[in-house]
Design a protein around this ligand. Structure first.
Ligand code: 8OZ
Length: 364
């Protein structure tokens, strides 16, 4: 197995990763009061620090950007201090960690919004999906369309959040441009019917993502900035009539901005990889730096995609929930442990920090 490049180091921007396995962002809803990550979250990520790179759970850049209960933020001093414990714990174990910056847009609920107001979106179109709030899954609230004058403030929230992430000790940030959240709501025409400079053409629909990315780069540098996209995923009730044209353009522009990586959810997020035709090779060829591939990978698929040069790094999501030592298990051929679906979202240590590394004695 030593000839498998999955287990070899890799230079990502200015950081060296000990292998090509990335822990994908996973929402776990365990932040404490004030949406501050606690000691248990530091323990959870430190347990998984053998990943070449950890990308944190999606983290809201403002209260307006929150869409689910008990997700962490990166806009208060207490949140920065909470995250500093996480980055310190991961670095002490030799790991690397980026923070995923998140604005949910319309995927939210009035109970989470400032003054109980409506969530914001490019257009006032409610998504056919649910959010997790008040300890249960409920329909998302009807959003209001953002006024043109409000957009610069959101760009600035991303910029400030990126600065805060570096202050908290992160190695970089990933802009969440995927899975039906705000930046993808702008990019895909099923959720954007604006008639100003942020809607209509492929170029206009991409404007918000590019302004956010440029602001983050200005703040922390392109070598510490990545962007996650999900060209054909229907996650969170999103749709796009022309994903190949839209995402070829997005990736050309991101390439011109010089970011460290694109992180591509191939297919339906957490679902079938072949949900719709799409040429990921086109994105790969258009982007000169690192391509992180995600969604439904196992050891064989990861190995073959690296050997065929379809990707530089492979991100695993759900397998990291039950396998803190996923890298060692993949390398040794040990079986993977299942995870309990009932404890993914919310709760305490159970189903969070109590998954054990592989034990040859028990075979689990
Ligand atoms: C599952 C539950 C809540 C949020 C994503 C941030 O899909 C998420 C998410 C996933 O990117």
């Amino acid at each position: 197995m030593s000839d498998n490049s999955l287990f070899e180091p890799y230079a990502l921007g200015s950081v060296t990763l000990s292998n090509r396995i990335v822990m994908a962002p996973l929402t776990r809803n365990r932040a404490g009061a004030g949406f501050v990550p606690g000691d248990i979250t530091a323990e959870y990520y430190a347990q998984r620090a053998s990943a070449g790179l950890i990308i944190s759970e999606a983290t809201q850049i403002s209260q307006q950007g929150q869409g689910y209960q008990d997700t962490p933020g990166i806009y208060t001093d207490a949140q920065i201090e909470g995250w500093r414990k996480v980055t310190t714990a991961v670095h002490e174990k030799g790991g690397r960690i980026f923070l995923q910056l998140w604005h949910v847009g319309r995927i939210s609920h009035v109970d989470l919004q400032p003054n109980g107001g409506p969530p914001v979106a490019p257009s006032a179109i409610r998504a056919e999906t649910k959010t997790f709030v008040n300890n249960g899954f409920v329909d998302v609230s009807e959003p209001r369309a953002l006024e043109l004058y409000e957009l610069a403030g959101i760009v600035n929230d991303f910029r400030q959040a990126a600065a805060n992430a570096i202050k908290a000790g992160f190695d970089g940030v990933e802009v969440h441009g995927a899975n039906g959240y705000l930046l993808e709501q702008f990019a895909k025409d099923g959720s954007n019917v604006r008639t100003d400079a942020y809607g209509g053409s492929v170029e206009n629909r991409t404007r918000m993502l590019l302004e956010v990315t440029a602001a983050v780069i200005e703040e922390i540098g392109a070598e510490r900035t990545g962007v996650r996209i999900s060209p054909v995923s229907p996650a969170n009730g999103i749709s796009c009539s022309d994903p190949q044209a839209q995402f070829d353009y997005i990736v050309d522009q991101l390439n011109a901005l010089g970011i460290a990586y694109i992180h591509v959810v191939e297919g339906a997020t957490g679902g079938p990889r072949d949900v719709a035709p799409f040429d990921y090779g086109s994105l790969r060829r258009r982007f000169s730096k690192t391509y992180i591939a995600n969604n439904g990978y196992n050891l064989d698929l990861a190995t073959s995609h690296l050997a065929d040069d379809n990707a530089d790094l492979i991100a695993f999501g759900r397998p990291f929930i039950g396998n803190p030592d996923l890298v060692a298990r993949l390398q040794s051929g040990a079986p993977l442990a299942p995870f309990d679906p009932a404890t993914i979202y919310g709760g305490g240590a159970a189903g969070y920090t109590d998954y054990a590394p592989y034990s040859p004695a028990s075979g689990k």
